[in-house]
Design a binder for this molecule. Sequence first.
Ligand code: HEM
Length: 444
Amino acid sequence: MLGKLAALRRMTNVVGFFNELHGTYGDIVRFDVPGRTHIAVFEADLVRQVLEAQADALPPLNPVSSFEVVQAEVLARKPPGEDHARLQELVASAYTPERIAFQDQVAAEEGERLADSLNPGAVDLRASAEEFAYRTLARIVIGGGEELGREVVSPSLLAIKFNFILFAMPGYRFVKRLPLPHDLKARKAIRPLDEVTYREIDRARRSDAVPVSMVGHLVRAASRFDWRFDDDRHIRDEAYAILLGAVDGIVHTLSLAPYYLGRHPEVQALLEEEVDRTTDLSRLRNTRAVVMELLRVQPPATILVPRVAVRDCTIGGYLIPKGAFVDVGIHTIHRRPDYWQEPDSFRPERWLDGTRPGCHFMPFSLPPKQCQGADLAPKLMTAALAAVARRWRLEYGGAEFPPPVGLRPGSFSGGVTASVTARPANGRATPPEPHFGQPEDQPE
Ligand code: HEM
């Protein structure tokens, strides 16, 4: 009980807690709460051992109940191994040149739509970003249903958060057996999307045309990868796991953009100069650099889904006892001064000098369970940011850091208010400074 309460308290400031652990005790730290041992890992080679070398001893813990509307053992829930690898190959093979071109087009169209939806004055950026993320992903993953609006998935996103909180509470297993209002709402709200999804599955089976949606691809390509879905519900669950897993990371990142751009006018100027010059997604280098830097300073997943030791094993010579939870501290790793110059400064130009940060940058985790949207997600966010910046300047008015909006405890239904002003026609009146970034302390 005390352990659960301690865990709950920690969840309110996960980043601060893990930074303190690293600062005080080093790269691999054991801490105990009654009934459970945790090992926190903050060093890249040790992380690779956890995620890759010892993947079979340390599978991720994905409580089935957390997703609610997704009950099948989808890719995200599968432990690394032969089964996971085949399904992963199937999902990854969806990214054909034709489908990538379609995804780029959808991103550009939905970015424009997002910009069209804004008006001068106050805007709830969280709601706007959620609408963008939902519509874009519905078109890409399911091949339709965007007209239903984000209302179909918002209750599921909320249920995921509630269930993560419940998971840390005493009596979790018992409570989850009850018909909880947030779960019932999620199940009900998603039903209209089910119709669209099953129709797309059916169409992929009947038509000879190559489907553009990911769900259509799963149907048509499964046999090539010697993969069998249990039934259509399983395919639907795979699509929903991708959709629900992806929305919040995008919302989180886009919602923070005005805060960082507002504090860095030199970055904003270069971004605006670029988006005035080109609409070609592949040439928006500065805009993409802003997105990557946002993902570094504020990774949507501050720690990875915990890995659980199914047997005793060792990491960097340290014993990980059976049953221990292993937490990978992504946020802390992204702010290590030995990995990054001026790690607390928002400096998008670090993404422009051609050096790849390799495994020190892991907002999408690392193989074998690495995110299947690691290329797609930055593109979607780049398209959205560019389309908005071409017409509007968004300012985050609060003196405080914006409230958390992503898949984080504490980030429930509150909005993130930004003020929108129209940019002067043809971009800025004054030319931008020719440099990018200034050292400055950033919030946790
Ligand atoms: C900013 C947006 C996103 C972020 C920050 C993000 C991050 C992550 C993270 C941290 C994981 C867990 C990996 C692990 O436990 O080791 C994951 C898994 C996954 N993501 Fe994403 N993701 C994003 C968007 C997307 C998009 C757009 C897609 C696809 C359309 C996607 C598809 C997946 C899939 C299928 C998995 C499961 C991979 C597996 O278990 O093998 N994600 N993502």
